[in-house]
Design a protein around this ligand. Sequence first.
Ligand SMILES: [Fe+2]
Length: 309
Amino acid sequence: MAVRAVPAVGTGLTTTKAPFIEQAQAEGRLYIHQPYELYSEANHDAWRRLFSRMEERWRRYANPRFIQGIDSLCLDPNRMPRLEDVNRFLSPLTGFKAKPVSGYIPSFLFFDSLRNREFPTTITIRDGATLDYLPEPDIFHDIAGHVPMHTDRAFADTLVRFGDCAHTAAEIVAGIEDEKEKIRRVTSIFKALARFFWFTIEFGLMRQGSELKVYGSGLLSSYGEIAHSVDSPDVQRYPMQLEWVINQYFEIDRYQPLLFIVDSFDHLFELVGELEGWMREGRLNNVAPGEPAISEPDLRSFLEAPVGR
Ligand SMILES: [Fe+2]
């Protein structure tokens, strides 16, 4: 009986099962290229199925700027997106680009990328057998959930301002001598930033006349939760309150029971400015404990950040 050798490459770019990604991670390479030829037919099929079932949900639940974004990026519903093609349509609109990464990017570097109008983008796609549940981001979440929002000027500027916030945080922390206090302060500011990001960029709702529309990418890339977030009586929906959001813990592995509503993208932009102001005033130094915890790479990324740029 012949034994067939397993090829090191060419086996697809499926989340947690991609040798190309494993190799990049083993070599410590965060920024990579998108080896488009490695996508398998099963990968293209997963994209096609994810995209086609979302289309009617987007038309019904997504905010109009997202719908316009989907249209202006000219995503192919049937084939995995090529980041170069996406960027050809995206960059002239807001200067943003999707930048391929091998996996998790430490928090400061992630925000710093946004400041440079680069969005760290996962290139793997979930296994077609589990379209619904995926703990880690994939290309469908990043390209179909996040990137269409980056075609909107106010939204794009909001992300850049997030990057400014991360720099402000690094500057504040760099000025603290006591090592223990430094770590305590980064941890608290990180929680506030991560919570704000979660309840807006990932899970935000927006008022649209008498209706609520979705603009958060975690919702925009979830077939089940996009409808649940707007229709279910089990979800608490409140007008955005900064003092609440920065103190509110969240869990990532379930439908969100609590969501916050902003009035517009200009409103969102102003809120990030307010967040930065609060940081400078010391109001993010003692936020409520709880999720998210700061990981060692996240912590180090802030402590080792270049300041004064
Ligand atoms: Fe995301």
